[in-house]
Design a protein. Structure first.
Lengths: 327, 775, 175
């Protein structure tokens, strides 16, 4: 680990000041400390922001405001989240281990970096995300967990978070602060596709701090779930995951939210599928057609072609379960 | 050079074959002690009782010291830099920044490392145990991707790790053979295992296959595996003049002391290796370059050194199980009796080690067949030297063999257990030797009853919701080994006894079981017996490998005990109730010796010692050579039953039930033995479901050197596992017991794959059985 | 502020790179907390911070000033064994013993999570508030602690003996 200076930020202003002097924000450390030890990341200064907001509060609109320093465990266990946004509890509980969920913060979870093994192999592999212009050894190498949607020549990495997939489905907002003020983004705008700049994961400006995640009020969200498919029964990153919420009336799909994990460089909001579902009869055929529509643009790599069919099947099964349609 | 070695090995192999035949022809007295161990008859002692581990309290309190937990005065911390090419030369080494970094005391590369001999390669002589025989940081040549090329010593681990990251190494690459196809195209060589060719032919097997009424002929593949003991390999070393003190995590203390002595040009008794606790071994905790490098750096720096490998470091330096491509062809007559059994294939190996994964071993003794053809060919790769990993050969060989038998049974419409039992041999199919004890049928019948095998349904016919359910069965098999080199010392005092032997307990329960055995042999309470191990200064050269420690320690202690009794009877003299008796006529009982058939003729150890005016009596002895393994065909067996659930939507595979029914002779401690069986089965589940060391064929580099990316089973993957056993003593093994450490992993992958077929109708012949293969 | 470790105040290390794990093992010689991967993937370094389980290898010690850390050495009252330590011995919930301190610390905290009604990935109803400690619940919740010797059955048995309710056992039998 490269030497660094460490400061604990007691409030937002102090955190932002530290950032203007070049400090990286540190949450629970479950990803950044690992990456620093691997020398993938070499920050010269850290600003610990775990002392900032750990509150979950009701918004005037009937939604929830979640402080960025709330731990993953606390968020998953929160009574309002469990009853009104079960997809979010389920997604968090499907990720990592209890120990890591106790440490990891909401803000940090959003900024997790990819699990591509070539990205991690600082000395032995080429990686455009780690070192722009170096090349990509994953494309012809180990890419079982890699992207099937939205990838580029430069990068085929996936975003590893489960929580973010649920947030993408829930139309979550991300509140940001920087020395020049505050702004709010949709979660689906936060993460980028790799394009020719895969070294940049998000649209955050340097020194910009995630202060909170907001869940808008949603009647739909109470009827939601998360399904994760992985290579062992627990404690593994997803191959495919599906976050969904659906409202069916008189056999027709009134409204739906659908997002996919393990498929792209960002949590993937399945807008094509959603469009094809709205107003249609809730049936296996409709669900499968929506999945086909979403995955029409999928491009397999040497080892992950199975994920296209796996994603279609998982989407269909999750929607069927939520809609009460027999598979 | 290679040809000369091969010729030498061939001559040795031929000589040992002649010897083996001679031993087979000899009378039954070829066994440890010359007659069955009297302890087999004892039914009321400690042996056979489910006694909790003697080291349990220190382990659950975190008070058991492992290798990295011996802080030495003035100790420096080490970190390594690894090569990033598979073959070539170091052309530049920039160590300036590292040397200038805070806390750094030494940067060692080939330019300043002390001159050392290569490690003596494992199994090339009695105590040789190097994982490879390459120069250790002696020149600019690079032999594998991940080879250590620099070492840093610093005051703290943080400083050492950072300084290592500042070292820049430039390489000139040479063409390396890293892809199996290219290696095979360059030509394969016959495999050798323990001096014997991995080749056997009896009759015209291909013709018999062609002529057979029923046949299967399939190809099975298995990937690389890593041991992944949770304890990282670690060593702490200190030079005291020309003596080397080594706190190691090893399965072979005596071998390590000798081998390190060889490397540094000092005598083995100048090297003191201890390893009181080892956090898992499975074949991986031997002598690799890190111990040599730590000792070299300590010598250069004049300070004690600790080197704990990072998890990546373990993958880079310590080899694992290598890849196999296997063909199994079975030809059977109308009744299912085998006319032909063919098990051949290819395995990859480095040029610098001795283990072609011997996947044909199970086929040598498992089934009767009219003709047989076995062959392992080796393709050479530029890669980290592969090595022994739990049941080398059997773990992956049984996957192919036992899958093929299931395929044949299905094709013939015969129950797979019945097909196996129809082919039970009455003598060893390859050597012709009689079996020492073989209760395969009982293991199958008892296991089938407990598992409910009779309720099995046709493939693809059981479903609960999304889940397809199926059951499968396979044979487990592992040989009885006892290697030469055993010796034990017994120190008897009026209050008890200490057993000293340079053996190991990496969690197998050795210390507990052997304390039970020694207590019964001596007629003492367990609390009166101390079992000392894990120290190269103790007697014996006993590797914890091949599941041989139970026998090797057992035979050694038997020999020492006999010497002790002989001495005691001499000391007892004519004034003792034991006067006139010889060692065969007495047993240890009630803290002393008694006449076998007359308990009233008894004298306590305290009394004998007191009369002889002795405070203690110390004896040391070696057991006879392990000729029982040549005179008899000695193997453990098991019947492995598995129930799986396969998700019809996602292909996810879960093992919902598992039962292992074993025939391993007498079980010394049902509690610790059950844990060994379960542990093997769980590692087998990993092998079946998820484990693969990802080797990049472009670079020869391991790409998942991490417990996050190399999946081992987690709690959620592990169902309740039932284990049971025949408990029928093997009359030709010490205590009647054959080892239990490795058999558990054998047969598991086939039982799972066969259950998957029963659930889904799909045959998966390529491990691991990941969900993409079941979509 | 110092860190309180097993009841004793310990100064924050001067090098911020020092993990809580290395502080315990190297500076305090509390080597019961084990290093198995140093990357948050094995759980061998699990300790309790203010009663909650974390992996100490990914925790920079400087982040934990003012917190109360309990390690395997501080688990039992006095010199005896914690009931779970005794149950691990009885059920042979370990072989090599290396993952054992992490498993035990993890399970102790898990019992607290169950008591607080914290759901898991396998919990059926998220909004019920009470958790029944079934075998599956234990297996899922302990999945962050790897064991390579394969002592999983004994570990779960030990945990159920100490923390399982009568109801949970009945539920198991009914399955």
């Amino acid at each position: 680990m490269t030497p660094f200076s460490f400061n604990r930020a007691t409030d937002r202003d102090q955190a932002l000041t530290l950032a203007t002097r070049g400090a990286r924000f540190l949450g629970g450390g479950t990803n950044l400390v690992d990456l620093m030890r691997e020398t993938v990341e070499r920050p010269a200064a850290l600003a610990d922001v775990t002392g900032l907001s750990r509150e979950i509060s009701e918004t005037p609109d009937g939604g929830l405001m979640i402080g960025a320093a709330v731990t993953n465990s606390a968020l998953a266990a929160h009574a309002a989240v469990r009853t009104r946004y079960p997809v979010l509890s389920r997604a968090i509980l499907a990720g990592a281990s209890a120990q890591i969920r106790n440490m990891a913060t909401v803000g940090g979870n959003l900024l997790q970096r990819t699990r591509c093994t070539h990205f991690y192999d600082v000395e032995g592999s080429r990686c455009n995300k780690r070192q722009p212009g170096q090349g990509c050894d994953a494309r012809g190498g180990f890419n079982r967990i890699h992207a099937i949607l939205g990838a580029s020549d430069a990068c085929v990495a996936t975003h590893p978070s489960d929580m973010c997939v649920a947030l993408a489905a829930l139309d979550a907002l991300v509140h940001l602060a920087s020395a020049s003020g505050t702004r709010t983004l949709s979660l689906t705008e936060l993460h980028r596709l790799p394009g020719d700049q895969p070294q940049i994961d998000t649209v955050l400006e340097p020194g910009e701090l995630i202060t909170a995640v907001e869940l808008p009020a949603s009647a739909l969200a109470a009827h939601s779930t998360y399904r994760k498919v992985r290579d062992r029964a627990s404690y593994a990153f997803s191959l495919i995951s599906v976050a969904a919420a659906i409202e069916v009336e008189d056999g027709r799909i009134e409204d739906v939210r659908l997002a996919l994990g393990g498929v792209a460089h960002k949590p993937w909001r399945a807008t094509r599928a959603e469009e094809s579902l709205r107003g249609q009869p809730a049936s296996l055929d409709t669900f499968r057609a929506a999945a086909e529509a979403e995955l029409a643009a999928a491009v397999p790599l040497s080892e992950n072609g199975f994920k296209i069919e796996l994603a279609k099947r998982t989407i269909t099964a999750v929607l069927a379960e939520l809609a009460g349609v027999d598979a | 050079m290679k040809a000369v070695e091969d010729a030498k090995q061939a001559v040795q192999g031929a000589a040992s074959a002649v010897m083996a035949k001679a031993v087979q022809m000899a009378p039954d007295s070829w066994m440890p002690g010359g007659k069955p161990d009297p302890l087999i008859r004892a039914q009321h002692g400690h042996v056979g009782r489910p006694i909790s581990r003697v080291d349990g309290p220190v382990k659950v309190q975190g008070a058991a010291p492992y290798a990295a937990e011996f802080p030495l005065d003035g100790m420096l911390y080490a970190a390594l830099v690894f090569s990033t090419i598979a073959k070539g030369k170091i052309t530049a080494l920039d160590t300036d920044a590292a040397e200038a970094a805070t806390g750094v005391k030494l940067v060692m590369t080939y330019r300043n490392a002390p001159r050392m001999k290569p490690m003596p390669l494992f199994m090339t002589s009695e105590k040789a145990c190097g994982g490879n025989d390459l120069p250790v940081m002696q020149d600019a040549q690079v032999y594998w991707n991940g080879e250590p090329v620099a070492l840093v010593l610093a005051d703290t681990q943080e400083q050492a790790d950072h300084a290592a990251s500042l070292i820049h190494v430039a390489f000139e690459e040479e063409h390396a053979i890293t892809a199996l196809a290219e290696a095979k195209a360059k030509g394969v060589e016959p495999g050798q295992f323990m001096g014997q060719p991995l080749k056997f032919e009896n009759g015209a097997a291909e013709q018999a296959l062609a002529d057979a009424a029923h046949k299967v002929d399939q190809r099975y593949t298995t990937p690389r595996h890593s041991h992944n003991a949770i304890e990282l390999h670690a060593v702490a070393v200190a030079w005291e003049g020309d003596r080397l003190r080594v706190h190691d995590a090893t399965q072979m203390v005596a071998h390590s002391a000798w081998s390190l002595g060889h490397v540094f040009g000092i005598a083995e008794d100048q090297v003191h290796v201890t390893s009181p606790f080892v956090g898992g071994g499975f074949g991986g905790k031997g002598l690799w370059q890190h111990q040599v490098l730590a000792a070299a750096a300590a010598k250069l720096a004049g300070r004690p050194v600790r080197l704990m490998l990072s998890r990546e470091g373990v993958y880079r330096i310590v080899g694992g199980r290598t890849i196999t491509e296997q063909r199994v062809a079975l030809g059977a007559d109308a009744e299912g009796r085998f006319d032909a059994l063919i098990h051949t294939g290819t395995t990859a190996m480095s040029h610098h080690n001795v283990l072609p994964e011997p996947f044909i071993l199970p086929a040598r003794s498992a089934y009767a067949t009219k003709t047989m053809k076995l062959d392992v060919e080796v393709a050479y790769l530029d890669m980290v030297a592969n090595t022994f990993m739990r049941a080398p050969g059997e773990a992956v060989g049984t996957f192919a063999l036992e899958s093929a038998i299931d395929e044949l049974a299905h094709d013939m419409g015969v129950d797979p257990i019945e097909l196996r039992l129809r082919n039970e041999p009455d003598k060893d199919p390859t050597t012709g030797a009689p079996f020492s004890s073989r209760e395969v049928e009982k293991a199958f019948r008892d296991g089938a009853e407990r598992f409910g095998w009779a309720n099995r349904q046709a493939p693809g016919t059981r479903r609960e919701g999304e889940w397809l359910i199926g059951t499968g069965v396979a044979t487990a098999t592992y040989p009885y080994y006892r290697m030469p080199g055993g010796a034990a010392r017994i120190t008897l005092t009026p209050n008890g006894a200490a057993i000293d032997i340079a053996a190991h307990d990496m969690g197998m329960g050795t210390a507990t079981a052997q304390t039970q055995v020694a207590a019964d042999r001596l007629g003492l309470d367990m609390a009166q017996v101390t079992f000392n191990y894990g120290d190269s200064t103790l007697p014996g050269v006993v590797m914890a490998g091949g599941s041989q420690q139970t026998a090797a320690i057992g035979a050694s202690v038997m020999a020492a005990h006999r010497a002790l009794v002989t001495e005691l009877l001499k000391l007892a003299g004519n004034d003792s109730p034991l006067a006139g008796l010889d060692a065969d006529e007495v047993v240890g009982v009630n803290g002393g010796l008694a006449k076998i058939d007359d308990a009233s003729a008894h004298e306590s150890y305290a009394s004998i010692l007191a009369r002889a005016q002795r405070n203690e009596l110390v004896v040391e002895a070696e057991p006879p050579s392990p000729l029982e393994t040549t005179h008899w065909s000695m193997h453990s067996h098991g019947a492995m039953f598995c129930e799986v659930r396969v998700n019809a939507v996602t292909g996810e595979l879960r093992v919902s039930r598992f039962l292992g029914s074993f025939d391993c002779g007498r079980i010394l401690n049902p509690k610790t033995a059950a844990s060994q069986f379960r542990g093997g089965i769980i590692m087998g589940l990993g092998l079946a479901l998820m484990e693969e060391t990802q080797y990049d064929e472009r670079s020869g580099r391991i790409m998942n050197p991490s417990l996050a990316e190399y999946h081992v089973p987690v709690h959620m993957d592990v169902p309740e596992i039932e284990v049971m056993w025949t408990d029928i003593p093997d009359p030709h093994a010490p205590m009647g017991a054959r080892g239990v450490g490795e058999i558990g992993i054998t047969g598991v992958a086939a039982a799972v794959a066969n259950a998957v077929f029963n659930a889904t109708g799909k045959r998966v012949r390529d491990l691991p059985i990941t969900l993409d293969k079941l979509l | 502020m110092p860190i309180t470790i097993n009841g004793s105040p310990v100064p924050i290390p001067s090098d911020p790179r020092v993990s809580l794990l290395d502080l315990l093992r190297e500076e305090l010689h509390l080597s019961g907390t084990k290093k198995g991967c140093n990357q948050g993937a094995c759980g061998a370094c699990t300790v309790l911070v203010d009663g909650e389980r974390i992996v100490s290898c990914l925790a920079l010690a400087v982040q934990y000033d003012g917190r109360k850390v309990t390690t395997i050495e501080g688990l039992a009252d006095g010199n005896g064994l914690h009931p779970l330590q005794a149950a691990f011995i009885e059920h042979d919930g370990f072989q090599c013993g290396y993952c054992t301190p992490g498993q035990i610390c993890s399970a102790v905290a898990m019992a607290g999570e169950i008591a607080r009604g914290m759901p898991s990935h396998v919990t059926g109803e998220l909004d019920s508030g009470t958790i029944t400690l079934t075998r599956d619940e234990v297996r899922e919740r302990m999945s962050g602690n790897l064991c390579r010797c394969g002592a999983h059955n004994g570990i779960v048995d030990a945990i159920l003996e100490v923390y399982g309710t009568a109801d949970a056992r009945v539920l198991e039998a009914a399955e």
